[in-house]
Design a protein around this ligand. Structure first.
Ligand code: ZN
Length: 150
């Protein structure tokens, strides 16, 4: 059976470093910037060091990698080897996500999640749609947003 972990993920696993500026996040940042939004990046003083912080909108936007965050979508597949190890690791990541989201909300932040599958691969949505949905949400007072691929 072929190794099904994407090459990019594999190289990150091997180096033991998780790249901060993963591509979907860059795509999202560029789109929001082009739409006129200004934001801070990876603010360490907030729970979970959120990727994109828009203080003027009381909002953070997280670009979630579907593998690391265990998304229920075609981009997520458990590696064929050491399944128990990966399952535990990803479940832990998901628990951290839930805790982080709760902590951010507790502090009065609104939390938007844009999944990697909305930005890349065959499930991706037109970037204009993603940015449009983010824009609408940012200008609203809704506490949550979640955008996933089709
Ligand atoms: Zn996904």
């Amino acid at each position: 059976m072929a190794d099904i972990v994407p090459a990019a993920v594999r190289s990150r696993m091997m180096s033991g470093i998780r790249a901060k500026d993963t591509k979907p996040e860059l795509v999202l940042r560029k789109g929001l910037h082009n739409a006129g939004f200004r934001f801070r990046l990876h603010r360490r003083d907030l729970p979970g060091t959120p990727d994109i912080v828009l203080p003027g909108y009381n909002a953070v936007v997280l670009a979630h990698g579907c593998f690391w965050h265990g998304h229920d979508c075609p981009l997520f597949k458990l590696p064929s080897t050491r399944q128990e190890f990966w399952q535990t690791k990803i479940e832990r990541n998901r628990a951290v996500d839930a805790k982080t989201t709760a902590a951010l909300k507790e502090l009065g932040w609104r939390v938007g999640v844009v999944w990697e599958c909305a930005l890349k691969g065959r499930t991706r949505l037109p970037l204009d749609d993603v940015i449009g949905a983010c824009t609408k949400w940012l200008r609203s007072d809704r506490p949550e947003l979640e955008i996933r691929g089709k």
